[in-house]
Design a protein around this ligand. Structure first.
Ligand SMILES: NC(=O)c1ccc[n+]([C@@H]2O[C@H](COP(=O)([O-])OP(=O)(O)OC[C@H]3O[C@@H](n4cnc5c(N)ncnc54)[C@H](O)[C@@H]3O)[C@@H](O)[C@H]2O)c1
Length: 272
């Protein structure tokens, strides 16, 4: 699927991977790129991407991805202006790391990962990325139905592509019980959506980045990445957000590709 003249929704667009994806989509001629984020800086980011661009393709939407009404408003606005959305990259994500079970050395009591924190990570990283993607499929399905279209045919110009942002942690990683669970869960969602949504002309994929140079890494323990990860990668440095954006655009543009892509510079969490 060509990116040129397509309409995209990217969440987590004010920073890191999401912002790099928006930049790449604009560079490749997207008609409109909805930049969704809770941060005020999404407004400034969109303004920067629109500099010297006719048609001002970057459209900022400030809000929380877990807010269902906000999601509907974003899609109402886009579909009101452009009929359909073709590309969805739900990149907004958080992590709240700690061991699943910890022993309090003084009391001897075992203490489990807090349930409310688990639920919060699940909402942001798993449930709502799936709902933003399903919203795209739903709008596309309605539009095709209104136009009398049934099972999608490759000759049709209307089509869509979803890329979920997994992680190398999807294979399990010490200290990441909630994060790893959400990233592994995206694989099941992507495969299910792929099987169901090809009827409407939508492909899905999951990209699994390794350690990428973005602000999210500021939450990692000091020295952890430099001492324990980078020496074991092929690149010997953090992956650039632009390298992930490029791989995401490959997943969008090559219509024969679905499934999972590892963009990890050769590093996975070890089994121990
Ligand atoms: N950086 C890495 O090493 C790495 C590796 C693997 C996967 N990932 C994944 O890539 C995605 C993007 O992460 P990043 O590294 O660019 O991080 P980042 O912190 O630079 O960007 C995340 C963005 O998401 C936004 N966000 C968070 N919660 C939100 C919410 N509820 N509603 C709307 N916006 C929200 C933040 O404001 C921020 O702008 C995440 O899903 C993350 O899990 C990152």
């Amino acid at each position: 699927m060509l990116i040129n003249d397509k309409v995209a929704v990217v969440t987590g667009a004010a920073s890191g991977i999401g912002m790099a994806v928006c930049e790449e989509l604009v560079t490749r001629g997207a008609l409109a790129v909805a930049m969704v984020d809770t941060s005020d800086s999404v407004l400034e980011a969109a303004e920067r991407l629109n500099e010297n661009k006719s048609g001002k393709p970057a459209r900022p939407y400030k809000g929380d991805v877990t807010d269902v009404e906000f999601r509907k408003q974003v899609f109402d606005d886009l579909c009101g202006n452009f009929d359909i959305v073709n590309i969805c990259v739900p990149a907004a994500g958080i992590f709240r790391d700690r061991m699943a079970v910890k022993i309090d050395k003084e009391t001897g009591e075992a203490n489990m990962y807090p349930l409310d924190t688990f639920r919060m990570v699940l909402e942001v990283n798993l449930i709502h990325p799936i709902y933003w993607s399903m919203e795209m499929v739903a709008r596309l399905a309605q539009y095709r139905h209104r136009n009398g279209l049934k099972k999608w045919h490759p000759d049709e110009l209307i089509q869509g592509s979803i890329v979920f942002i997994g992680s190398v942690a999807s294979q399990g990683n010490k200290g990441q019980i909630s994060y790893s669970t959400t990233k592994a869960g995206l694989e099941g969602a992507a495969t299910t959506l792929m099987k169901e949504s090809m009827y409407h002309g939508v492909r899905t994929a999951v990209i699994h980045p390794g350690f990428v140079d973005t602000p999210i890494l500021q939450g990692m323990p000091e020295g952890y990445v430099d001492n324990y990860i980078l020496p074991d990668t092929q690149l010997g440095r953090l992956i650039k957000p632009q390298e992930i954006a490029d791989a995401i655009c490959f997943l969008i543009t090559n219509s024969a590709v679905s499934g999972e892509l590892w963009v990890d510079a050769g590093w996975h969490p070890s089994a121990s």
